[in-house]
Design a protein. Structure first.
Length: 404
């Protein structure tokens, strides 16, 4: 939540995901912000004007030629702290990218002095089309913030990437964009991030894995981008969508993660090891699928330790980059802090982010609770300890704060 009330324009374009904009509007209003809704004619085919006005507590603007005397499109563009277009259809993205202003929303975006956040929503084929990808890349280059799309159920029987991000994610990204506005404390800084969970093969079919979604790593990538950084993400298995503009390198196993991170690290100013790298792998991977025994007997797998990627990076000769490590622990409160301080010394990195995990917390959830321990640059001074909790994008900014 922002510390000051914002003037927010929520733009709704004509897609089936328009109903999800109701949650975005409700969230902003509940947080105490002034919300004005601008809907296209097509959007009102999917969601009713009365619902939009009831939730926003303001009349809905639609027509470009309504109330011309007040020059509404200029006023709304000039006074908005942020414009959030959710959903943003393929057509609306194309119009925004090319500066077209055939409706009120397009005119307001052209006239705005504030930030613009877009939440794309469309079928997978439309999202993956080269024209759409180039339009989105153009918008990112101009400073637009793109949230999503996610993967999941679409209209009809279709499923895939193209589903509009959830309201909570759009709201969090909007607040983070406002908080980072004017902040370029990482401008030109090269940031390398690892994310996701490694998968260690048992045979060609099975693997040993973990529950990491990569969401916190993606949030750090988004936050670093917003602050002007040049970001590369080395990723294992990911459920979160990698942001546009981030260079992606795949590394699905602990060995591949070690190879890619050590290969790339020296080229970067900051290295953040947010990936959940397996501590063990199968010592003898089978080339054929392992079958159940006919007599029902158990099978034993011999596990061997993987190489510690974080410790390897910390021991890089003449290391110039600042190194951030993660520690997922089931401990809480004071014990979590103690473990974080111990790991900071043991691993030899500059910052440790210890996050509390359980069946319900930390992994696969939108929020995170962390303890950030930063090594003091003054000999004899104890590490600085900061606690942070909230949505993962907010936590990401707190982690970056500890570095700058």
């Amino acid at each position: 939540m922002m510390s000051r009330p914002l003037r927010i324009v929520v733009g709704i374009t004509g897609g089936i995901a328009a109903y999800k904009a109701l949650g975005v509007i409700r969230g902003f209003v509940s947080d105490g912000h002034h919300v004005e809704v601008v809907a296209t004619d097509a959007a009102l085919e999917f969601v009713g004007r009365s619902s939009l006005e009831a939730l926003s507590r303001n009349s809905v603007s639609v027509g470009l030629y309504d109330d011309v005397a007040s020059v509404r499109h200029v006023r709304m563009g000039q006074t908005a702290d942020i414009i959030v277009v959710a959903p943003a259809t393929a057509n609306s993205l194309a119009q925004l990218a090319h500066g077209l202003a055939s409706n009120l929303l397009g005119n307001i975006v052209l006239a705005t002095r504030g930030l613009v956040v877009v939440a794309p929503a469309m079928h997978t084929e439309m999202w993956m089309n080269r024209a759409t990808q180039e339009n989105v890349a153009t918008l990112v280059e101009r400073g637009f913030v793109v949230v999503g799309p996610a993967s999941g159920a679409l209209t009809g029987d279709d499923a895939g990437v193209g589903r509009m991000a959830e309201a909570s994610e759009i709201i969090a990204a909007s607040y983070a964009a406002v908080a980072a506005q004017g902040s370029s404390d990482l401008s030109g800084v090269r940031v390398l991030i690892s994310g996701g969970g490694t998968q260690e093969p048992i045979d060609p079919v099975r693997f040993i894995g973990n529950r990491s979604s990569g969401a916190q790593a993606v949030a750090i990538a988004r936050a670093a981008q917003a602050r002007g950084a040049i970001v590369t993400l080395v990723h294992a298995h990911m459920e979160a969508e990698i942001p546009l503009g981030v260079t992606a390198v795949e590394a699905l196993t602990a060995d591949k993660m070690l190879h890619e991170m050590t290969r790339l690290a020296a080229q970067f100013d900051i290295v953040i090891m947010a990936a959940a790298v397996a501590d063990y792998r199968v010592a003898d991977v089978s080339d054929a699928k392992l079958k159940k025994s006919s007599d029902g007997s158990n099978r034993t797998l011999l596990l061997e330790q993987t190489t510690d990627v974080l410790a390897t990076l910390a021991s890089t000769p003449d290391r110039k980059f600042r190194l951030v490590g993660f520690a997922a622990e089931t401990a809480r409160n004071g014990e979590l802090q103690t473990l974080a301080v111990e790991k900071l010394d043991r691993k030899g990195c500059d910052v440790i982010v210890a996050n509390e995990v359980s069946w319900e917390r930390g992994i696969g959830t939108p929020n995170n609770d962390v303890v950030i321990v930063s090594r003091s640059r003054v000999r004899g001074v104890p590490p600085e300890v900061v606690q942070a909790s909230g949505d993962k994008l907010s936590v990401a900014h707190r982690i970056l704060d500890s570095l700058v």
